[in-house]
Design a protein. Structure first.
Length: 269
C-alpha cells in the first residue's frame, strides 16, 4: 500500500491565473500535452517478446472467449506459435499507442511534490523565486487517489498479456507515472481527472500553508494574504530567504495583519 505524505506542495508562478485559482480554491487538471518533458505521459514501453509458453497461453485465453478483441478466430486456430508471436507483438504495440494517445488528448493531470525548498523547483516552477509554493493537506480530496511518480534510467517493460488480456492494468497505468531519473529531484506525485481542463474546487482547509519565494515583491505577497484572509482562517504563511551559509532557501513563519486592522491597533502609520 502506498503511503501518501501528510503534506504535498505545488509551486506556482505568481500571475493573474494563479491569483484566480487561489481565490477560487481551484486545482487545475491540465493536459499532459503541455508538459516540458517530451517523454512525459507519452512513453512507448519496451514490449517484451513473449516466449512460446506465453504465446500459447494468450492463444488459449483468446479462444476461450466468445469475443476476440485482436485478430480473427481462424488466426488463433491456424497460426504457428512464431506467426502468432509476431501478430501479438504488433497488436500490443498498436494497443499501447492508442491507449497513450487517448490519454494525452483527453485526461487531465495536476502535479505536486514532497519538497517546498528545492532550488531547481523554485527556479523552474516557482517564478524564479518570485512565486509561491502552496502546501496541501493530503487527507482531503482529491489526494486519496494520488500516485507517486517512479523514476527510471530506461523505458519500462510491458508484456503482451498485460496489454491484450488486461491481467495487470496497473502496469499499463504506470506509464503515466514514470519519468527519467533526470527528474528525480522533483519527488513528484500526480492526481488525474478523466477530462483535461477540469477545475477542481478544494475545501478551504485543504490549503494549510503558503511559502513565498525569496524574491517576491511585497505587493504581490500582500495580495495573496488579503485573498486568503477572507476565506481561510487557518492557513499559515512563510517567507523565504536565501541562506548565507548554504545553497538553500530558509523559511520563517509570519503573521499577516491587514493594513486597516494594523492601523486600528496602532501598528501602522
Amino acid at each position: 500500500m502506498i503511503k501518501i505524505p501528510g503534506r504535498l506542495y505545488k509551486y506556482e508562478t505568481l500571475n493573474a491565473r494563479t491569483l484566480q485559482n487561489i481565490k477560487g480554491q481551484i486545482l487545475y487538471f491540465g493536459s499532459p500535452l503541455g508538459f516540458n518533458d517530451p517523454y512525459d505521459c507519452a512513453l512507448r514501453p519496451n514490449i517484451v517478446t513473449p516466449n512460446d509458453d506465453v504465446v500459447e497461453a494468450v492463444r488459449a485465453a483468446y479462444l476461450a472467449q466468445e469475443r476476440l478483441t485482436t485478430g480473427h478466430p481462424h488466426e488463433f486456430l491456424t497460426k504457428t506459435t512464431q506467426e502468432l508471436r509476431e501478430m501479438l507483438l504488433r497488436a500490443a504495440d498498436s494497443e499501447t499507442r492508442k491507449y497513450t494517445d487517448a490519454f494525452l488528448h483527453s485526461r487531465g493531470v495536476t502535479c505536486f511534490t514532497e519538497k517546498n525548498d528545492d532550488l531547481l523547483m523554485w527556479s523552474h516552477y516557482g517564478g524564479t523565486y518570485k512565486g509561491v509554493c502552496l502546501e496541501f493537506d493530503t487527507s482531503t480530496a482529491p489526494f486519496e487517489k494520488i500516485s507517486p511518480v517512479r523514476y527510471s534510467q530506461s523505458l519500462p517493460d510491458l508484456h503482451v498479456s498485460e496489454i491484450l488480456l488486461g491481467h495487470n492494468l496497473e502496469q499499463v497505468w504506470q506509464l503515466f507515472c514514470t519519468k527519467s531519473e533526470s527528474w528525480s529531484y522533483e519527488r513528484e506525485w500526480r492526481a488525474f481527472h478523466e477530462v483535461a481542463g477540469t477545475q477542481y474546487i478544494y475545501p478551504s482547509e485543504a490549503l494549510t500553508g503558503v511559502y513565498f519565494g525569496p524574491d517576491i515583491d511585497n505587493e504581490s505577497l500582500e495580495i495573496v494574504c488579503l485573498i486568503l484572509a477572507g476565506q481561510n482562517e487557518t492557513v499559515r504563511y512563510y517567507k523565504g530567504e536565501r541562506s548565507t551559509t548554504e545553497f538553500r532557501v530558509e523559511f520563517k513563519e509570519f503573521t499577516y495583519t491587514p493594513y486597516l486592522q494594523a492601523k486600528k491597533q496602532g501598528d501602522a502609520p
